[in-house]
Design a protein around this ligand. Structure first.
Ligand SMILES: *Cc1c(COP(=O)(O)O)cnc(C)c1O
Length: 232
């Protein structure tokens, strides 16, 4: 008997039952061992997201890829793109031209086109990565010319807030940017994914138009980092 598995089962089944059909669940699996990730897959999970290149590489062989797609959701250094380009089916964290160019170059080199999301710094926080809200359209236009990526939507991590109304303002703001860009019909851009909503706000995010929620502790329980997280 594994109490952690019981927790994962109860959490995951609750979330899957509550999710509208058109919303995709991504399990944020940082610090979670392949054993538990594969257990979640055995219960119906089909998509996971990793934050750190090194951690993804360590887990990769043990993950049940017959059931799970892997997305990259963390800050990404250009010099590490080469390690993940053949392992992930989407990168959520494109926030600068040099990174988009490197992803495109590495994807073309292995004969593929990498789906990407543009990360938006929706709260304009200095400590956070992401393109500033007013610059997103221009950035999307710029990277849409790259042959090895396809822009498929936006990702955001709203500022931490105790205040639900404030949080909902940010969720509405990212949805508005998503709609604005969709209506511009930029060539080679298919705005179909809005990746926003985590353990503490996924219900509100869905109400505000998110169609991909990234849930970590809400599935696997509180994270145990052990040694502090390393670079990127
Ligand atoms: C950790 C993480 C999540 C999930 O956070 P929880 O609060 O545990 O649900 C979602 N997105 C990103 C980018 C993360 O790093």
């Amino acid at each position: 008997m594994d109490a952690k598995k019981d927790t994962i089962k109860a959490n995951l089944e609750g979330i899957m039952a509550a999710l509208p059909k058109d919303v995709t669940l991504l399990a944020a699996t940082k610090t979670v061992s392949p054993e538990y990730i594969n257990y979640a897959a055995s219960l119906g999970l089909r998509l996971m997201g990793e934050n750190r290149v090194n951690e993804l590489l360590e887990k990769y062989d043990a993950i049940d890829k017959s059931k799970l797609d892997i997305h990259f959701i963390g800050a990404l250094q250009s010099n590490k793109v080469k390690y993940i380009i053949d392992k992930v089916s989407m990168i959520h964290s494109v926030d600068r031209l040099s990174l988009a160019e490197e992803i495109s170059r590495r994807a073309l080199a292995i004969g593929k086109v990498m789906p990407v999301l543009v990360e938006v710094n929706i709260g304009k926080e200095e400590s956070k990565s992401g393109v500033m809200p007013e610059d997103v359209l221009e950035f999307v236009r710029k990277i849409s010319a790259l042959k090895g990526i396809s822009v498929e939507g936006l990702m955001a991590i709203p500022p931490k807030s105790e205040n639900k109304e404030k949080n909902i303002e940010f969720l509405q703001k990212i949805k508005q940017i998503f709609i604005d860009i969709s209506t511009k019909n930029v060539d080679n851009v298919n705005m179909r994914i809005l990746s926003v909503g985590m353990s503490n706000d996924w219900r509100e995010a869905i109400e505000c138009g998110s169609n991909m929620v990234r849930i970590g502790s809400g599935i696997f329980g509180k994270r145990d980092y052990g040694i502090p997280p390393q670079e990127n």
